[in-house]
Design a protein around this ligand. Structure first.
Ligand SMILES: NC(=O)c1ccc[n+]([C@@H]2O[C@H](COP(=O)([O-])OP(=O)(O)OC[C@H]3O[C@@H](n4cnc5c(N)ncnc54)[C@H](O)[C@@H]3O)[C@@H](O)[C@H]2O)c1
Length: 247
C-alpha cells in the first residue's frame, strides 16, 4: 500500500527474479503476498507498487502537456527517492537519457506493458454488499483500464437490484456470466465463510486473477494469482508505527 521503499520486498530479492513453480500456495494472511504459481519472471513487490505510482504521475504529466521528464521530477511526483526510481526503471530496461531524461509517452507505455495494462481486464465482483457495491461504483477502476464486467450475489433480495447501471446477477449462474461478460479477473467481497468455495468456482470457470477482501486464508492451484487486501492489517501496522513514534 505504501510507496515507501521496502527494499527487499517481503522476502523477494531485489532485482528481477526467477521463481520456481509452486503448487497450491496459500496467501500469507498478514503480508498480502501474491500467490503466484507458475515459472514466471517477476519484479519485486515493492517495485510493482511503485510502478503504479510512477504511472499515475506520468499520466498527470502527460495531461499537463509535458513531453519529457527527469527522474527527479517523476520521483517527487510519485513520492519516492530518485535513486529508487532509477533502480526500479532499470529493472524494466528503461534507463532514460542523460541530460534528456525520460520521454513521457514512451515510459508510460513501457510501465503499462510491464504491469500488464495493455490488455483489457474485465472484473467480476462477487458479493454485492457494502463493499461490493462501493467498489462497483468506483470510477477509478475504469480510468485505469479495469472494466467492471459483472456484479454477483447469492441473496434473493439483492439479485436483480441495480448499482449504478449494473444489475446484480445470481451467483448460481456464475459460469455463464463469466463466459458472457468475458471476465478475466474477480474481486471477492463476500463473508470469509463463502470465500474459498467461490474462489474454487472462479478457478473452475477459468478466472486466473483473484483479489480477495475476505478475512481468511485462501488456497489456489498452480497458475492462479491471488492477492488479498486487508485494511485491518494495514491499520494494525500503522498502530505499531504510531506507538513507536510516541515512545
Ligand atoms: N479487506 C478489507 O479491508 C475489508 C474491508 C471491509 C470489508 N471486508 C470484508 O469484505 C467482505 C464483504 O464485506 P461487506 O461489508 O461488503 O459485507 P456485506 O455483508 O455487506 O456483503 C456481503 C455480500 O456477500 C453476499 N454473499 C454471501 N455469500 C455469498 C455467496 N456464496 N455468493 C455470492 N454472494 C454471497 C451477501 O449476500 C452480501 O450481499 C467481508 O468478508 C468483510 O470482512 C474487508
Amino acid at each position: 500500500m505504501s510507496t515507501e521503499d521496502h527494499t527487499e520486498d517481503n522476502g523477494v530479492p531485489a532485482g528481477v527474479t526467477e521463481l520456481p513453480a509452486a503448487h497450491g500456495q496459500s496467501l500469507d494472511q498478514a503480508s498480502a503476498q501474491p500467490v503466484t504459481a507458475s515459472l514466471t519472471r517477476i519484479l519485486p513487490e515493492a517495485t510493482l507498487a511503485r510502478l503504479t505510482q510512477y504511472l499515475r504521475a506520468l499520466i498527470k504529466l502527460k495531461a499537463s502537456g509535458e513531453l519529457r521528464t527527469s527522474s527527479g521530477v517523476l520521483a517527487t511526483a510519485a513520492g519516492v527517492n530518485p535513486a529508487i526510481l532509477r533502480k526500479d526503471l532499470s529493472l524494466l530496461g528503461s534507463y532514460g537519457t542523460r541530460g534528456v531524461g525520460y520521454v513521457v509517452v514512451e515510459l508510460t507505455e513501457h510501465i503499462s506493458k510491464a504491469l500488464g495494462l495493455l490488455q483489457q481486464w474485465r472484473v467480476a465482483i462477487i458479493g454485492a454488499g457494502n463493499l461490493g457495491r462501493a467498489l462497483s461504483g468506483y470510477g477509478g477502476f475504469r480510468s485505469r483500464g479495469f472494466e467492471i464486467a459483472a456484479l454477483l450475489d447469492a441473496a434473493p433480495e439483492v439479485i436483480g437490484t441495480t448499482v449504478g447501471d449494473m444489475e446484480v446477477q445470481d451467483i448460481a449462474d456464475l459460469e455463464s456470466i463469466v463466459q458472457r461478460s468475458k471476465a478475466n479477473m474477480a474481486v471477492l467481497s463476500v463473508p470469509g465463510i463463502s470465500a474459498q468455495d467461490l474462489c474454487d468456482k472462479l478457478v473452475d470457470c477459468g478466472v486466473r486473477s483473484i483479489l480477495s477482501f475476505a478475512p481468511v486464508v485462501l488456497n489456489v492451484p498452480a497458475g492462479v494469482n491471488l492477492r488479498r487486501v486487508d485494511l485491518a492489517t494495514e491499520l494494525q501496522i500503522l498502530a505499531y508505527h504510531a506507538q513507536n513514534l510516541e515512545a
